[in-house]
Design a protein around this ligand. Structure first.
Ligand SMILES: [Zn+2]
Ligand SMILES: [Zn+2]
Length: 301
């Protein structure tokens, strides 16, 4: 298996070159586990950059693991949830690779005051029983929710979020709603659903539909995730030839250009092979050898 990766004069003693081996995945089958048409956004990148033959596994009811609209609470972490989707898809697939994604939306984990979209792709290599995960976080997300009680409020919301390319959900309560309307495709229909809820339940909430096929900003993010995954799969361990050779930690301490003190900025990216544990330090990954004094605790305390 490992030998298949070896090509030309690449061997353990050569200088790490991060050369890619472009044909390893060509013709192999990638099963994308999705009921929300994610293959539309993942397949073009993964098929063109890696040569995967993509198929869709739509038999797994991924909504059972949690829905954005709240009917089913997601109890697993996003990674565990994506892993579980692949696990359930194993029933329908015997070889190749499985790919599932999971998204999470809400306050940015470190900035807090802005809304962020976090997305994970989980790849499972059936033959090798190996997994590979990529994650990305973006501020470019369409995630809004509010209570509405008038037609004008409803129409304003639709305009703000970019309806109808961005779809919305109307429901009777923020959490544990007993009425949820998911598929309104015209403003008239949404307003009608709102009126029904205001009459029946006295409350109406409207929110952006976060399912991939109804959320264009999420679709763009999935395309970006597919690129990140392709980069990672194309990054080959110089020692053993295994795919997914990537940054696993960083070493801080980039020296200040004025006083030479070690700053908190990254000095080395540390790459580790998941298969053979070979490590490589990539010095000055940001392309600078000294840090600007404004980031130095001595010069700019
Ligand atoms: Zn290796
Ligand atoms: Zn300094």
């Amino acid at each position: 298996m490992i030998a298949r990766f070896r090509q030309g004069n690449m061997n353990a003693s050569s200088t790490p070159s991060f050369k890619v081996y472009p044909n390893y995945f060509r013709g192999k089958v990638l099963h994308i586990v999705s009921r929300h048409q994610k293959q539309q956004f993942l397949e073009p990148v993964l098929a063109s950059r890696l040569g995967f033959v993509c198929k869709t596994v739509s038999e797994v009811d991924t909504d059972l693991l949690g829905t954005f609209s709240g009917e089913v609470a997601r109890t697993l972490s996003p990674v565990a949830c994506a892993r579980e989707k692949c696990k359930r898809a194993r029933e329908f697939v015997s070889d190749g690779y499985l790919l599932a994604s999971e998204g999470s939306f809400g306050p940015h984990p470190t900035l807090g005051w802005v809304t962020a979209g976090e997305e994970w792709l989980f790849l499972y290599d059936i033959e090798e029983d190996a997994e590979l995960i990529v994650r990305d976080i973006t501020l470019d997300t369409c995630f809004w929710r509010q209570a509405i009680s008038s037609e004008q409020q409803c129409l304003d919301f639709l305009q703000r979020v970019g309806f109808p390319s961005q779809r919305v959900i109307v429901k009777s309560s923020q959490e544990q709603a007993d009425f949820i309307f998911k598929n309104g495709s015209t403003p008239e229909e949404i307003v009608q659903n709102m009126r029904f809820l205001l009459n029946a339940k006295r409350n109406c909430y409207i929110e952006t539909d976060m399912r991939a096929m109804f959320n264009p900003t999420r679709q763009q993010h999935l395309v970006k995730l597919a690129q990140i995954l392709a980069d990672k799969l194309n990054s080959i361990c110089p020692a053993c030839g295994w795919y997914g050779f990537s940054v696993t930690s960083v070493e801080r301490g980039l020296p200040c250009s004025w006083c030479g003190t070690a700053t908190n900025s990254v000095l080395n990216d540390i790459y580790t092979c998941k298969r053979c544990n070979w490590q490589h330090n990539k010095k000055f990954p940001q392309g600078i050898q000294q840090e600007d004094p404004q980031y130095c605790n001595q010069c700019n305390p």
